[in-house]
Design a protein around this ligand. Structure first.
Ligand code: ACO
Length: 352
């Protein structure tokens, strides 16, 4: 009790968030991963025909060569459904085993009902808590952190965490600053209560948001501030709008800081980490974070080249691809880190 009080006072004093592990009854581990990329590919050469750009510029400045685009009849929960099925299979569970669904997205099927409820129905899951969260590219780390805390507290056992997006539906293909970056994808993990003595577990998570710079990346249309109207449509508020150069600077700083925070919290150094999975926004941002830590790029999972920035989906998709092709295996320490519109950011360190 005293230790807890001291922890609360210390956290309040330093205005740093209390870490969930202080009150954990159980450990949480990732039991299964899954991902899905739509079939249609949009290459840089395709974009050359749509907007004033070049394959050379995009490749050199972003590391992206192509991205996937959902079929006209696909919605975000369809991408999530495929990813979720793969994750459940790896976890050796069925949808009926789930106790909650957390769905991170900024491109839901519709404003209401939430995508988690739609996915619950598509999966055939039980009547379980189904919640959407909106934290843009940090959404998956936010979601897995929430799942960890729900499991650690003992209230839930098996939680499906989704990061899925169809961002291409909100791209202005005349805005070369933005449209070259984004693609569509779905990723999923099944988070579950770890058995006693099991070494796989989430060590800690560290979430942040700086709302004072929230205007750096906006999607205005459809909310109460900018309801659907011809006027707002004419202003282009139905497109995502980004101050890329500004975001770039914050991205390297915030991801590096939250990684340092995770390592410090767990008394680890970069040498203790087997893999870093950073949000896949720009190869130069990824390289910048690795350089900051003196971590060789051979220890960084990089999937951006053929999928672009898929917001909340980049981390679960990259994790799944690395697990399935054998780069990541059980017992390794994995550091996830992201930043996104908000400006949200965070890190999560786990033993897979
Ligand atoms: N093709 C050719 N030229 C271009 C293009 C393009 N697609 N886009 C911009 N340019 C030009 C600019 O007009 C500029 O020309 P100028 O010098 O004549 O003015 C020049 O290239 C340099 O522009 P910069 O903006 O300085 O280019 P930069 O190297 O910063 O790259 C980019 C731009 C790729 C957007 C980069 O800033 C970036 O990746 N930022 C981070 C964006 C991001 O991660 N957003 C997602 C946030 S996460 C989330 O929540 C989804």
């Amino acid at each position: 009790m005293f230790a807890r009080l001291v922890a609360i006072m210390t956290a309040a004093k330093s205005s740093r968030p209390l870490n969930s592990q202080m009150t954990a009854r159980y450990n949480c581990r990732v039991a299964g991963t899954g991902s899905y990329l739509p079939e249609r590919e949009l290459t840089n050469f395709d974009l050359e025909k749509m907007v004033e750009t070049s394959d050379q510029w995009i490749t050199e400045r972003t590391g992206i060569r192509s991205r996937r685009v959902a079929a006209d009849n696909q919605v975000t929960t369809d991408l999530a459904l495929n990813a979720a099925k793969n994750a459940l299979e790896m976890a050796q569970m069925t949808a009926r085993d789930l106790d909650a669904i957390i769905f991170a997205t900024v491109s839901p099927d519709q404003l209401m009902p939430n995508s988690a409820c739609v996915l619950q129905k598509k999966l055939g899951a039980r009547d379980i808590m189904s919640l959407d969260i909106s934290a843009a590219c940090s959404g998956f780390i936010y979601g897995l952190s929430i799942a960890n805390d729900m499991i650690a507290a003992g209230s839930y056992k098996n939680v499906l965490v989704i990061g899925a997006e169809i961002l291409t539906r909100y791209m202005n293909y005349k805005d070369r600053d933005t449209c070259i970056l984004f693609g569509d994808a779905g990723g999923a993990v099944v988070a579950t209560r770890a058995d006693d003595g099991e070494s796989s577990r989430i060590y800690s998570h560290h979430l942040h948001a700086d709302g004072t710079i929230s205007d750096l990346f906006v999607f205005k249309m459809g909310g109460s501030a900018y309801p659907f109207s011809h006027e707002n449509l004419d202003k282009g508020y139905h497109y995502m709008n980004m101050k890329g150069r500004e975001i770039f600077k914050h991205a390297i700083r915030t991801m590096s800081q939250s990684c340092a925070e995770a390592l410090e919290h767990n008394k680890m150094s970069g040498a203790d980490v087997d893999w870093i999975i950073p949000h896949q926004a720009n190869i130069r941002i990824i390289d910048g974070v690795a350089k900051h830590f003196g971590i060789p790029t051979s220890k960084v999972i990089i999937e951006i080249e053929r999928m672009g920035n898929t917001s909340a989906a980049t981390i679960p998709v990259s994790l799944d691809r690395a697990v399935r092709d054998g780069r990541i295996h059980r017992g390794q320490n994995i550091l996830l880190t992201a930043f996104g519109a908000g400006i949200t950011s965070g890190s999560l360190l786990m033993r897979f």
